[in-house]
Write a protein that binds this ligand. Structure first.
Ligand code: R5P
Length: 298
């Protein structure tokens, strides 16, 4: 049996090809046939002792069932070790019951993946109250790859003088990646305060406003879903005199209408990593993934 193989869910074949090119490992596509009643027939095309199964978990509800079936098919085919590569890890924001009776989705998803896989590799998971992936997936290996250096590379590529730049995170939860991006870009940073009262109802406040005027602001966030957070942040930054605002995002989940609203709020450009396939993708995570796949040991 082959030693190591990358397998990809059909929607992930393009980014998996980039990982294939970086690592030189063989790649096979998982077969998924949709029956007329909506159920799936999932086939493992090949197996290996270690299989890296590529499946980014944006829009996750349907994907999760196919992923579980793929893991099961690979085990049936003889895989001894299954490593999930999920560049975007879903349901991490629901890390507690915010109201009585709510499911703690983060814990549920962690336990589910820990049953199917021996290791989970992801990029910049939304860890806030829970500090580590191990706490969510006890008993298996897990790796959270930081994306700050990738976002900082985009800033450097723009060639702006660091003193003219202000890296801004829209809420307290963004403190860790905002400060890392700023440090890697050699620029100053500022964290805003957010209050969310609904899916698309967000207000943003700034405690210190005197450093905003005239600055080229890089607004950074891990996840952009409706764009309400970045739109509210951009309106505030414009009000305080930001010269230009560009957004840098790790996981782009937003649609065209939400993108239009963000641009209307004063954001000049939105660029993202390719953890989720999106028109705004500007930087690839395959070198980051390849480095960890190459070091992976059973
Ligand atoms: C929240 O805690 C995250 O870091 C993002 O700020 C949030 O998910 C963005 O959501 P939206 O684009 O819907 O405002």
């Amino acid at each position: 049996m082959m030693k190591r193989l990358i397998a990809a869910m059909p929607e992930d074949i393009e980014p998996a090809r980039r990982l294939e090119a970086e690592t030189g490992l063989p790649l096979a596509e998982i077969g998924v046939h949709k029956f007329p009643d909506g159920e799936s027939l999932v086939r493992a095309p090949a197996a290996a002792e270690t299989v890296f199964l590529y499946c980014s978990l944006n829009d996750p509800n349907g994907k999760l069932v196919d992923l579980g079936l793929a893991a099961s098919a690979l085990r049936e085919a003889g895989a001894k070790r299954l490593v999930l590569i999920a560049p975007y890890l879903c349901y991490m924001r629901q890390d507690k019951a915010f109201h009585p009776g709510e499911a703690v989705a983060q814990r549920f998803i962690g336990a589910l993946l820990a049953q199917w896989f021996d290791r989970v590799i992801t990029v910049e998971p939304h860890l806030h109250r829970t500090k580590t992936l191990t706490a969510i997936m006890p008993g298996i290996e897990s790796s959270a790859l930081p994306a700050a250096e990738l976002l900082a590379a985009l800033i450097r590529r723009d060639g702006e003088v660091a003193a003219d730049i202000l890296v801004v995170g829209p809420d307290a939860e963004s403190q860790s990646w905002t400060s890392s991006v700023a440090a890697a870009a050699g620029a100053a940073f500022m964290i805003l305060a957010k209050h969310r009262s609904g899916d698309r109802d967000v207000s943003i406040l700034a405690q210190e406003t005197e450093n905003i005027a005239g600055k080229h602001v890089y607004l950074v966030d891990d996840i952009v879903s409706t764009g309400a957070t970045l739109s509210a942040a951009a309106s505030l930054l414009k009000r305080y005199g930001a010269a230009r605002i560009d957004a840098l995002v790790v996981h782009a989940l937003f649609n065209k209408a939400d993108e239009k609203r963000m641009l209307e709020a004063g954001i000049a450009s939105i660029r993202s990593t390719d953890t989720v396939a999106h028109e705004t993708n500007a930087i690839e995570i395959s070198p980051l993934l390849a480095a960890i796949v190459e070091k992976d040991e059973a």
